[in-house]
Design a protein around this ligand. Structure first.
Ligand SMILES: [Zn+2]
Length: 140
């Protein structure tokens, strides 16, 4: 039961492979500098703060807040034709880094800066799972 997925997929390389392997396990991981504690995203080979190459992958909470967002009305790739208008959000994780992704389970007009969100995982192919974000439901 494989449905053909027509949207562009991330390029996996030796640097970012742990990120995508964790996503397949439905875990969000971020590189943390072993020397100074800085969390970096997107993945790279050195800490942008102290330049150390002693980075480790750590599982993070997957919670954060919407830092900013934009709504795409124009279709730049034919595979997105059925989605427009759709939102692309920059989520500031609790640990600091900002991750760009899509918002799900949220009307476009409800998206707001500072909105608390949590990661969800969208298994788009057998190989690729995309981390996306949804609002954290307020209790009561
Ligand atoms: Zn560092």
């Amino acid at each position: 039961m494989s449905v053909e997925y027509r949207k562009p997929l991330p390029g996996i390389d030796d640097v970012n492979r742990p990120y995508w392997e964790a996503a397949r396990r439905h875990e969000l991981v971020i590189q943390k500098c072993h020397r100074c504690g800085y969390y970096r995203y997107p993945p790279g080979t050195n800490c942008p703060d102290c330049l150390s190459d002693d980075l480790e992958w750590v599982k993070v909470s997957g919670r954060g807040t919407v830092f900013t967002w934009t709504v795409f009305h124009k279709v730049y790739h034919p595979a997105f034709a059925g989605d427009a208008p759709y939102a692309v959000v920059a989520v500031e994780l609790e640990e600091g880094p900002r991750v760009t992704s899509n918002m799900v389970d949220c009307p476009l007009e409800d998206i707001a800066a500072g909105m608390p969100v949590e990661v969800v995982f969208d298994d788009v192919t057998g190989e690729i799972t995309l981390p996306k974000f949804r609002p954290i439901k307020q209790e009561g």
